[in-house]
Design a protein around this ligand. Structure first.
Ligand code: B1M
Length: 209
């Protein structure tokens, strides 16, 4: 008999086929879809995030776990939609203008999805105005800015300035290899996260303050 713990373990192991099969079995057995999400898939990604933070697992393991969760979500998502269950918070994410690096940004997006945030990924080379437009259109709780180049850190500041000037109320979280907590304070961002797992913790804290 499928159980939620087995689903959690399948995500941790990155077992795509297992995660999909268990999701189907749990739903067929009448398990509430929200429990399948929270106690199975999200719980599994939370373990992977915590291990990633402690350097017990690395980027490939996170990507493999996220892929297992994504595949199981294709089964679960229509059921959640039918039941009217939506993520409580929407997050916008993108790499700032002039910057094409997206591996770290994608990891943050995956971890956010794993924590049940609705995520709108704007991709790379995102202008300040696109961040503003997307935050307003999606009524985002969080806007995440990623930068991997010292030369694009000023574009991060421009995005923050544009969001504030447009009176966007979303919390702004920044990250990326050259970025620091001090820089976040300097440009008026609400938070900084050094890695994708911390980005979940910081985003959760920001949406409740
Ligand atoms: Co580029 N590159 N690159 N590059 N590249 C770096 C960043 C660099 C450090 C390499 C070096 O010189 N040693 C250097 C930057 C130097 C600097 O500015 N100080 C550099 C350079 C100079 C360049 C070019 C200018 C090279 C050139 O053309 N002359 C050029 C710029 C292009 C552009 O963007 N306009 C360029 C191009 C490229 C590739 C296209 C070839 C490729 C990118 C492919 C892609 O992303 N699809 C690339 C790569 C792969 C790298 C390195 C090797 C790896 C980056 C990476 O993906 N790391 C990198 C050197 C290095 O880091 N060893 C380098 C893995 C990833 C998981 O880590 O992105 O740091 P990271 O993300 C972490 C955290 O930073 C954090 O969480 C993630 C996971 O824990 N994080 C966030 C990231 N975003 C966050 C957002 C958050 C919170 C946390 O909240 C919203």
């Amino acid at each position: 008999m499928a159980d939620l713990n087995a689903l959690k373990e399948a995500v941790i192991k990155g077992d795509r086929a297992g995660a999909t099969k268990l999701t189907k079995e749990l739903l067929a057995a009448g398990t509430p879809p929200k429990a399948v999400l929270d106690e199975g898939l999200v719980a599994g990604m939370a373990v992977v995030g915590a291990r990633f933070k402690k350097n017990e697992v690395f980027v490939p393991e996170v990507l493999i776990a996220a892929r297992a969760m994504k595949e199981a979500m294709t089964i679960l998502e229509p059921v959640l939609v039918k039941a009217g269950i939506k993520p409580a918070h929407t997050a916008i994410i993108g790499t700032v203008q002039g910057d094409l690096h997206d591996i770290g940004k994608n990891l943050v997006a995956m971890m956010w999805k794993g924590a049940n945030f609705g995520v709108v990924d704007l991709g790379t080379n995102v202008s300040p105005q696109r961040f503003v437009d997307a935050a307003q259109e999606h009524k985002a709780s969080i806007v995440g800015l990623s930068s991997l180049l010292t030369t694009t850190m000023p574009a991060m500041k421009q995005a923050v300035v544009a969001l504030r000037a447009a009176n966007v109320t979303s919390k702004i979280l920044i990250g990326g290899a050259p970025v620091t907590q001090a820089f976040a304070q300097e440009i008026g961002a609400d938070g900084y996260a050094p890695d994708a797992a911390s980005a979940v913790d910081v985003a959760k804290k920001l949406v409740t303050t």
